[in-house]
Structures are given as structure tokens and as C-alpha cells.
Design a protein around this ligand. Structure first.
Ligand code: SF4
Length: 245
């Protein structure tokens, strides 16, 4: 499923060539076909240590990493100008799929294919480049190449706790609403959804009901006691309810 990709709104990305993704991460895994293709590419690897057969990948099929100038390690293909030599010499199609599709991730869900972004990428983190909507044709293409993560009818939200997809959509809408709310009440509700209400209730609807009731109690106490005390009081009462007999 790739038509009608669901893109996160307001996010930007255009590679700024910082090379971080080629230095900070673990080695990139490749498949046997890619290894064979790389082996045949005419590319000089001044960074390869002697005795490794001149191959740019290891026996367990990961791109070889070599010592970086400032310490740490970097991909063997990262050149001295912090550019990918594969990309520069042979074009983007020459790169392994993992490198071509970074920083994007693709999730197939019952509501369509969602695109995620890695915040390990400098451009994503610093909101540099084009809005993702402007890259839609490219993303549609990458979605066909990239490994897809599948989320079926059940979503795991915590160890030992799964909820149905339609419940997850309700929960996500709730969380997004509370994320926008920077008040003490909003922060507390966001925290409680996962810390207590969702994990203990039978359904997301029960969790919302419990949260709404406690939020109303806190709101009524807050004018006289202040938010911190009001929230503490509601939490104390909840604790008393949970104690046996
Ligand atoms: S971290 Fe992001 S911006 Fe930097 S080189 Fe990698 S993809 Fe490009």
C-alpha cells in the first residue's frame, strides 16, 4: 500500500550533508545482492585497512566502518568532504536501501501508510529544507523500496497491554490534544493516560472516563489550593481507593 501516504504535517527535510547519519550510527546492514553490486563498483577506498580483501563490507554483511579523523568511526564511503562517495560517483541509486530511505520510516496500518521521520537526522531536528508535502512523489517512490513496518488490528502500547486499532486512534487524538495543552492540568492528564488510566482500565473509553472525572475534581480544588495541591489531593484519593479494605 503506497498510494495516499499519510505525511506528518509541518515537518521539513532536505539533506544538508552534515554526515551525521554516516558517523553516529551502527553499521548499515545490506543484503547479498547489494554486497555483490558494491563489490563490482569501481570505487577506490583509501580508508580500507590492509588485509580486508578490499571489500567495503564485512563478512556479516554490514558496510565497513573505519576510524574517523576526530575519533569514533564512520562509514567507509563517507569522503573527506563528508559526502557519500557512492552518491557522488554513482548517483543515489547506488546506495543501499537503508541509506536511500533515511531519515524516513514507513508504517502500514489499517488507516493507510504513515511516514515517520528520524530525529537523529540534523535536518529533521533543525527543521531545515522542504515541507514533506513537496517531496510526496519521491516519498511514494521510496515507500516502494523501503522495508515496511506493519501495525495490524492490535497495537502494543505498553508491556503486556495491547489495544484495538480503533481504540488506538481515540487514544492518539487524546494525547495530541493534551500535548498542545501546556497547563499543569494538561501535563498531568497526558502523564496519567499512560502511567495509570490506560494501563489499568479495561478500555480506552474507561480510561478517558476516569481521567475526565479526576480532572474535574482537580479543577474544582485548584482555585482554592493551587494546581499542585489539587493534583496531589486527587492522586491521594485515588490511592486510598486502590488500597485493600
Ligand atoms: S543526518 Fe540528515 S542532514 Fe545529515 S547527512 Fe544524514 S540525512 Fe543528511
Amino acid at each position: 500500500m503506497s498510494a495516499g501516504l499519510r505525511l506528518p504535517e509541518g515537518f521539513r527535510y532536505s539533506c544538508i550533508g552534515c554526515g551525521r547519519s554516516c558517523t553516529d550510527f551502527d553499521a548499515v546492514a545490506i543484503d547479498a545482492g547489494t554486497a555483490e553490486r558494491l563489490r563490482r563498483l569501481p570505487l577506490f577506498h583509501p580508508r580500507l585497512p590492509a588485509g580486508d580483501g578490499g571489500l567495503p563490507y564485512t563478512r556479516d554483511l554490514t558496510l565497513r566502518r573505519v576510524p574517523a579523523e576526530g575519533g569514533g568511526a564512520r562509514c567507509v564511503y563517507l569522503d573527506l568532504d563528508r559526502r557519500c562517495a557512492l552518491h557522488v560517483v554513482h548517483g543515489p541509486e547506488a546506495k543501499p536501501v537503508t541509506c536511500r530511505t533515511f531519515p524516513f520510516r514507513f508504517f502500514d496500518t489499517p488507516a493507510g501508510t504513515f511516514v515517520g521521520l528520524s530525529f537523529a537526522c540534523t535536518a529533521v531536528l533543525e527543521e531545515r529544507g522542504e515541507l514533506l508535502e513537496a517531496r510526496r512523489p519521491e516519498l511514494e517512490y521510496l515507500a516502494r523500496l523501503a522495508p515496511r513496518e506493519r501495525i495490524g488490528g492490535e497495537v502494543r502500547v505498553a508491556p503486556g497491554r495491547t489495544i484495538a486499532w480503533h481504540e488506538y486512534e481515540v487514544l492518539e487524538a487524546d494525547l495530541l490534544m493534551h500535548l498542545d495543552d501546556a497547563t499543569p492540568l494538561g501535563r498531568w492528564q497526558r502523564h496519567r493516560l499512560f502511567r495509570k488510566d490506560l494501563l489499568r482500565a479495561d478500555s480506552v473509553t474507561d480510561a478517558q472516563r476516569s481521567l475526565a472525572a479526576d480532572a474535574a475534581r482537580a479543577e474544582s480544588l485548584a482555585p482554592a489550593r493551587g494546581w499542585l495541591e489539587a493534583i496531589r489531593e486527587v492522586e491521594r484519593r485515588g490511592l486510598l481507593h486502590e488500597l485493600p479494605g
